[in-house]
Design a protein around this ligand. Structure first.
Ligand SMILES: [Zn+2]
Ligand SMILES: [Zn+2]
Length: 204
């Protein structure tokens, strides 16, 4: 009897630990919705995410973000468009009217270019386009590594990742990550950023 009750308590503990953590990991940190032109769960062949950055936007930071996220998964290639077209999936530009404490934001749009809320994307609504807006005034005094983290963070949102501080006590990640909000010095995503990206974009 003692063995049986120990087994039951281990099983109960396992469920107690695993259910809230996995739920938080998928819905808070890895959104169900994604670019409607990409399959999910991803993928059995190469898929392109086409992106464009305005001449007044964060050019080197966007190039770094596409490069660094691009090495996290073999199934997504970032393809830069040097001129904007209706097929461009991700646009990056400046918005110096953002509040001074905000380095950047990402918005999601449907095929009519109407906005879709982040909470809807989190729960599974797909989007045709994403728009990243970087507060070039606010970040002008930041270091290169801080600016790379800021734009890399927004690219992560465009690729359906959420904030790592979300999800309640059991689900959140502390420490430095591209997807942990704040001003951080990071030229590359953390291993935790990468593992979340692969949950979303690697073939399983
Ligand atoms: Zn997580
Ligand atoms: Zn964010």
């Amino acid at each position: 009897m003692k063995k049986l009750s120990t087994l039951i308590s281990i099983i109960v503990l396992f469920f107690y630990l695993s259910v809230p953590i996995s739920a938080a990991t998928y819905t808070d940190h890895v959104f169900y919705g994604n670019f409607s032109d990409l399959p999910s769960p991803c993928c059995f062949s190469k898929n392109n995410v086409t992106w464009w950055v305005a001449s007044t936007g964060p050019i080197s930071e966007s190039t770094n973000a596409a490069s660094k996220w691009g090495t996290q998964s073999v199934w997504i290639d970032f393809v830069r468009h040097y001129s904007l077209s209706s097929s461009t999936m991700l646009q990056v530009q400046r918005d110096n009217n953002l509040p001074s404490g905000v380095g950047g934001v990402t918005y999601y749009y449907n095929s009519s270019r109407n906005m879709i809320s982040g909470s809807n994307v989190k729960s599974g609504t797909n989007f045709k386009y994403a728009g990243i807006f970087i507060n070039m005034n606010a970040v002008s005094g930041w270091t290169t590594a801080q600016k790379n983290m800021n734009t890399g963070h927004e690219f992560g949102h465009a690729m359906s990742l959420g904030h790592f501080e979300d999800g309640g006590f059991s689900g959140r990640h502390t420490g430095d990550h591209w997807m942990h909000s704040g001003k951080r010095s990071m030229n590359s995503p953390s291993t935790t950023d990468g593992s979340h990206y692969r949950v979303k974009w690697e073939s399983r």
